[in-house]
Design a binder for this molecule. Structure first.
Ligand code: AHM
Ligand code: MG
Length: 340
């Protein structure tokens, strides 16, 4: 191609679909189902992104008038995102069961021959909906334990984070991104509205070994274990930057790109922390470890916690390796563990 023409038809980059197909060889045992499942998630993410963008115009802001299984008020967009993802996963055919932060029980999709299960927080940070702030979707994918062809059971969905075959998040922010791992590094894709595709924009994302951003809910400070309070004092004395969006995906994403730590320790109101192991912590723990960072509940690696219930909560300390290790040292100095 002539050089002057090339200038006007420069490459658009690698689309999510093409990237997934190229990475198919990472899974010699798989026959393309996982790739298709990731594409289904990408499709639902586009649909949810559209709903979020239009929410003020088509009247889907505000409370839905229901509560989710944790007794929290659901927003209309929570319900919309939940339906969109479950529908995409069910109709896509690769998933035999879905668990969702917005659903009390496991959903049997009826896809008896599907090999995978998905845990999803369809719309994380929903208190940000009405105030035009970032939101997210978080997902984990596991291989089912029960034989293909049989109905799924809780054994399929109550798996440790170490069993994840893929995990990721979508961030609906100043741009829309999808970031995921299949255990071979972390890659981020930015949505190009003009062509309706996610394009690889952040290949091989790495967590900085150290950072200077700390993220936690300041209002809970005096409820935190002493070691955590000491760490926060250490951050302040070192003039680190305090940043807290109140949407985990956004706080995590910023810290991943810039270097930092996110903490949601136990509080009096939430003695096991607020965040959910299956819907929020496991996926982000898999991603941060793949990027070279650390995720702990203050006592053990998040990925090694054996879940016993779908909506189990756990404390979360996640981010740059040196910062998380500092927290653990400070907890140890008080002979504390965050987990109760
Ligand atoms: P949600 O899943 O109901 O939206 O709750 C989870 C959110 C996280 O995104 C965020 O990190 C946390 O709750 C903020 O909680 P708080 O308002 O207590 O600081
Ligand atoms: Mg959530």
């Amino acid at each position: 191609m002539k050089a002057d023409v090339q200038k006007y038809v420069s490459s658009i980059g690698i689309t999510l679909d093409r990237f997934i197909s190229q990475r198919q060889s990472d899974f010699p045992y798989a026959k393309g189902e996982l790739s298709q499942l990731l594409r289904d998630i990408g499709l639902a993410a586009k649909v949810v992104n559209k709903a979020i963008m239009n929410s003020g115009l088509i009247g889907i802001e505000g409370p839905a008038g229901y509560q989710n299984s944790s007794g929290e008020e659901q927003q209309k967009l929570d319900v919309v995102a939940n339906v969109r993802f479950i529908r995409a996963l069910t109709r896509g055919g690769e998933v035999c069961a879905v668990i969702s932060e917005e659903e009390e029980e496991m959903i049997d999709t009826g896809n008896r021959h599907a090999k995978y299960v998905v845990a999803i927080d369809p719309l994380d940070g929903s208190s940000n909906i009405d105030v035009n702030m970032p939101l997210g979707t978080i997902f984990s994918i596991y291989r089912r334990k029960t034989p293909v062809g049989t109905p799924p059971t809780l054994e399929d969905v109550l798996q440790k984070g170490t069993e994840q075959v893929a995990a990721g998040y979508v961030i609906y922010g100043s741009s829309n991104m999808l970031v995921y791992t299949t255990g071979h590094g972390v890659n981020g894709f930015t949505y190009d509205f003009s062509i309706g595709e996610y394009i690889l924009s952040h290949p091989n994302m790495q967590s900085k070994e150290n950072g200077n951003i700390f993220s936690y809910n300041e209002g809970n400070l005096y409820d935190f274990p002493k070691g955590i309070q000491d760490f926060i004092e250490y951050c302040r004395r070192n003039k680190f930057s305090a940043r807290y969006v109140g949407a985990l995906v956004a706080d995590f994403h910023r810290n991943l790109l810039k270097g930092g730590i996110f903490l949601y320790p136990p509080t009096k109101k939430a003695p096991q922390g607020k965040l959910r192991l299956m819907f929020e912590c496991n996926a982000l723990a898999f991603l941060i470890e793949q990027a070279g960072g650390v995720a702990t509940d203050g006592k053990q690696r998040i990925l090694e916690i054996q879940p016993t219930e779908l909506h189990q909560r756990c404390p979360l300390i996640i981010g740059s390796k040196t910062m998380v290790e500092k927290v653990l040292q400070m907890l140890e100095a008080h002979q504390e563990t965050v987990a109760l």
